[in-house]
Design a protein. Sequence first.
Length: 303
Amino acid sequence: MKTDYEVVIIGAGVAGMTAAIYLKRSGISCCLLEREIPGGQINKSSSVQNYPGIMEITGPDLANNIFKQVNNLDIPYKYGNVLEIKVQNDKKIVKTDVEEISTKFIIIATGRISRKLQIANEEKLIGKGISYCALCDANFFKDQIVAVIGGSNAAMEEALYLSKICKKVIIIHRRNEFRADQILVDQVKNTSNIVLEVNAVPISFNSKDDRLSSITLNQNGKTWDLIVDGCFIYIGQVPASQIFKDIIEFDDDGYIIVDEHNCTNVAGIYAAGDIVKKDAYQLITAMSDGVIAAVNCIKNRNN
Ligand SMILES: Cc1cc2nc3c(=O)[nH]c(=O)nc-3n(C[C@H](O)[C@H](O)[C@H](O)COP(=O)(O)OP(=O)(O)OC[C@H]3O[C@@H](n4cnc5c(N)ncnc54)[C@H](O)[C@@H]3O)c2cc1C
């Protein structure tokens, strides 16, 4: 069977690029397809300090270093927004807004995106006070005042985590009741440096010297500004999986279901990184998935 590549990787985040490096070093022809810039989400981080072996690096520098490895290996990297995949027995077709590519194996590494509040200045202040990842960024706000927006388990868990690092954590929630487990709500209420602002709807983020300085809230009909150093938004994450919905099996949250080999329900189609449900959405877990998916493409290619 003749195909353009043996493996097409959709998404050049860290999971996709790691898979590509392992494939190419094993002599497998592969191609990376990306609709934005190489590196994915980590490009939004101003400082990565938990990547073993590197004391500190900016997200874009880390992404660029991995992309240099991809280029040094002469791995084809193409711009393309993948719109659809088609399965024709052993052959798969990947359709982008630019072209159609045939392949034997596909690795889906399309990651996920944080659900946005979509209020004024949110995009502009990401990485400048606004974050979607307490595990990653809490230490930048050590002994400072931060807000957490949301009322879910994730919002409660991250507020508790932040309360150990920050001076004060203010949870902003648009309702009176939380959508979180009672045990977490109780823990939050019993933590002395966590304050609740309920029935409060964020209207805009405000900045001073190009950093977040306050959040304008509408609370019980009254508008006021909450002064903060940082704000963590937990109103949900959205896996970028919708385009595969007719072919690939998802869980209820839209995460692709894989087996221990990172294989999906369709033979020859693997998924890697944040698109797969996991306990920790981090660089090394995404890369680990990329390695497992690549290694299984290599094994099955030789079968
Ligand atoms: C602000 C921030 C800070 C973080 N800090 C840290 C940290 O310090 N340490 C840490 O370990 N982790 C950190 N993380 C988490 C880490 O970045 C992610 O877990 C990891 O990058 C996920 O990699 P991925 O390759 O699975 O997905 P992504 O990075 O989401 O990459 C997916 C790629 O697929 C592309 N794509 C999606 N759909 C399509 C399509 N249809 N066609 C073509 N391309 C497509 C996207 O454009 C994207 O480039 C942070 C995340 C954020 C947002």
